[in-house]
Design a protein around this ligand. Structure first.
Ligand code: SF4
Ligand code: SF4
Ligand code: SF4
Length: 329
């Protein structure tokens, strides 16, 4: 294993422990400088033991949100409040005032603009689990499956659809048009299918709510949640499979091209050997194909730097922050 991969694995392990078990290490709740987002009505009616959105009832250690799966459903409330999509879903439904939301939005946008999808490649615990599955597959010598371009295109549309579907539903259920039963059932719609909701609590030795039989919508979402939880394990054969569906990654990806952390390529030094294309866990070919622009961070790129590490041409690929070189091939 190369130096970058070793460092990335170490960072992933540290953040996995912090994000999953931080609340065990620091059980106290600390007030943050940002305004506290008030709890809305849906929270008190739905975060209950028999409902799909059951949480431990504990506050997170800090009321901050992250652009990765720092999930609301972690045991003991977690170190951070939750992920970026949970923040928008919850607060659009509660119709939280812009005055309270704005500092949190600025905080999240700054994090996205600083690092782009580095959050996915290096910080997200779900990403670390998927990488562990890939490691296990390689260890057991199973063959990797590559998706066809048609499937990749389908998943591309699916994850972007999920972002905007979540936003629209979250806004709509803030109004009484659909009736209380439907509004409750559709609250935090994306969380209900995100594999972290079922996967994180058992890792903290607590049970999530496995089934919610309240009405036909919650039953349908229970089944869909289980189906998506199953899809997550496809990452054993297809590296980072859930990342190809994940709406949080898609949302953060909107910032990837404008982020201060960039992956750059020198077209003069590239010999078109194709190593970067072959080594990309997400089967991206942007680094390989790009000839005109120096910045090659695609919206899907998680800045894992495997391509940079594997590129045989010295100085052909570089990681830069604010234009200053940090690493080179
Ligand atoms: S795409 Fe989603 S699951 Fe994958 S690393 Fe990013 S936030 Fe985590
Ligand atoms: S690995 Fe490096 S030299 Fe080879 S195609 Fe990719 S960028 Fe070019
Ligand atoms: S393009 Fe390179 S840095 Fe981006 S995800 Fe693929 S291998 Fe990682």
């Amino acid at each position: 294993m190369n130096r970058i991969t070793v460092t990335r694995r170490a960072v992933q392990v540290v953040f996995f422990i912090l994000l999953m078990y931080g609340a065990f290490i620091w059980p106290r709740h600390y007030e943050t400088p940002l305004p506290k987002v008030p709890a809305g009505v849906p929270r008190t009616t739905l975060y209950n033991r028999n409902r799909i959105l059951w949480v431990s009832g504990k506050e997170s250690v800090v009321d901050l949100y992250l652009p990765a799966l720092a999930c609301r459903f972690t045991a003991k409330g977690g170190l951070f409040k939750s992920c970026i999509l949970h923040f928008f879903s919850e607060n659009f439904t509660w119709r939280t005032s812009l005055q309270i939301m704005l500092p949190h939005i600025v905080w999240l946008v700054v994090l996205c603009l600083l690092l782009g999808r580095f959050w996915c490649g290096w910080i997200c615990p779900m990403g670390a689990l998927m990488d562990a599955m890939t490691w296990l597959r390689k260890l057991t010598r199973w063959r990797q499956i590559h998706l066809t371009p048609r499937w990749e295109r389908f998943l591309f549309y699916l994850r972007h659809f999920l972002v905007w579907f979540t936003v629209v539903v979250s806004v709509l259920i803030g109004y009484p048009w659909l009736g209380q039963g439907a509004n409750d059932a559709l609250f935090l719609i994306y969380c209900q299918i995100c594999p972290a909701r079922l996967g994180y609590p058992p890792l903290g030795l607590v049970n999530p709510c496995w089934t919610d039989n309240t009405n036909s919508i919650t039953m349908f979402l229970t089944v869909l949640g289980w189906f998506c939880f199953g899809l997550f394990f496809l990452s054993f054969a297809i590296p980072r499979f859930w990342c190809r569906i994940c709406a949080i990654g898609a949302l953060v990806g909107y910032f990837n091209r404008g982020a201060l952390l960039t992956l750059e390529k020198s077209a003069q030094k590239c010999t078109s050997c194709g190593t970067c294309r072959r080594s990309c866990v997400l089967d991206l070919d942007d680094v390989y194909l790009e000839r005109r622009r120096p910045v090659v961070t695609a919206p899907e790129c998680q800045l894992c730097l495997t391509c940079l590490e594997d590129c045989p041409e010295p100085g052909c690929l570089e990681l830069k922050f604010l234009g200053r070189r940090i690493l080179r091939s």
